[in-house]
Write a protein that binds this ligand. Sequence first.
Ligand SMILES: [Zn+2]
Length: 557
Amino acid sequence: MSSRVPITFDRYLLYSEIKQYLEKVAAEYPDLCSLNSIGKSYEGRDIWALTITAGGTAKASEKPGIYVDANIHAGEVTGSMAALYLIDYLVGNYGTDDEVTKLLERVTFYVLPRVNPDGAELYLTTPHMLRSSVRLWPDDDTQDLPGLYRADINGDGKILQMRVRDDNKGEWKVSSKDPRLMVPRQPGETKGPFYRIYPEGYIKDYEGEPFTVHKVPWGLDLNRNFPSNWEPGVPGGGDYPAREPETRSIVQFIVDHPNIGAVQALHTAGGFFFRNPCKYEESKMDSQDLIATKAIARQGTKVTGYPDVKSPNSSTLTEWAYEHRGIIAYTTELWNRYERAGISLEDVRDKSDPDKFPDKFEELQLKLLEWNDRELSGKGFTDWTPFEHPQLGQVEIGGWDRKFCVQNPPPHLLEEECRKATLWVLQHASALPWVNITDIRVSDLNGTLKKVTAVIENWGYLPTNITNKAVQLKVVKKDCAELKPGPGVEVIGKAQQETDFLEGYMSGTKGPAKSAVQLSWVIKVPPRHPGQSPPPCFTVEYRSQRGGVTRKTYSLE
Ligand SMILES: [Zn+2]
């Protein structure tokens, strides 16, 4: 069943289109959704969060929460579309699909499809590639120096590569197996033609060789600006942790929503998920937390085919979420053209470097080109085309489409990635704690005194604290139970009781888990004349910051 707000997943939406879509969904499904801005980007665009949850007596903030964001990296626009697919899937299947319906009743989804709207807009509306923020960094004005700046000089809408014939210094030659493929020149090779390869662009103040090839001026990486293990010099990390408004808004939002126990950051590309720990060895991570992190990832692998990988990166959202908040978090790298071309992740990781493995490099590139011809009708690679360069003279421009083949899937393969991401997020969400009041009993003590006993159970995989790390960090409050007297009822002694966290079923393989607790109170119920005053009642409320709030009312009539 599809949602009442039409959307297709065969193109990449601009900021205004995403905003419009979110507004329509919020208007069409007011019982399920609410739309809020969590802050403004560097250029002043709102960063939108759609909160999705259904029914019950608990508010959104009173349910276990999963935070899903996308597109912190400007060009990784697949993530945005996947987040929109998740929204479409949730609202469209609520009430018809049993699994989605139950999940939405017990979990709150916070979905932020585009947390770096400025960067994505620049990526989608200009030929430029950029990593993340549009704030110029580390320098605020870099366009004045002599040298090569990237630009779409032939007007085809893309910034590709230029190959320039140089039989003396040329580092590259044309592969004998495919004239499109450039392979590194080997020691002792003297018979050309040889080429140098540059990014497509113009050269300011050209005075012949040598000239500098400038990096793009947008050197910030918002996903290295989180306040965990941040140090000056982290590439792209910025001036100080959470300095950038996008990063700061995300940190603030997660801290302001202590019910969040799951974080999913949607990225491209690679076809795997990064997980914790990042900075240190696995043996140093809390063993229970590691088991849970890996077990949830395994369920994700089943629905995506993507494996989990220990992250080598610091100061990322995923690292901060675990190290500072004790949240189980993943960075999901969607889309992998190598995999599509039948190349293994190991080969890409270990053997695709043209300097170290030139033969393997050639083999893998040939496979990619074959895949491109077979599956994309050749559209992923622009053949080398002669061009009269204003400074360099005769050059050829060509190469891979880095935006919609390398970094993101070509539009006709987009929906499949969106679906994978959605199924994975649902797997992660269903591991969250699930607290229920399963029994309330009342027995007579003497006279007007009665004893109330309540049984509270966690039916989820994860404990109500989510991780041991969260307890060590003291970022999660103990669970708490309260008997709230209604008319005609008085509590004797303490109405509120602090309790231990409830384990989840993950802890039960060596013997039953402590996933249930029995609590009791004494109440006084004075006699009354039936029909003259409302029937006496009370409510048992169990409050768990990350396991949710659950309440049940008991009538003594
Ligand atoms: Zn990324």
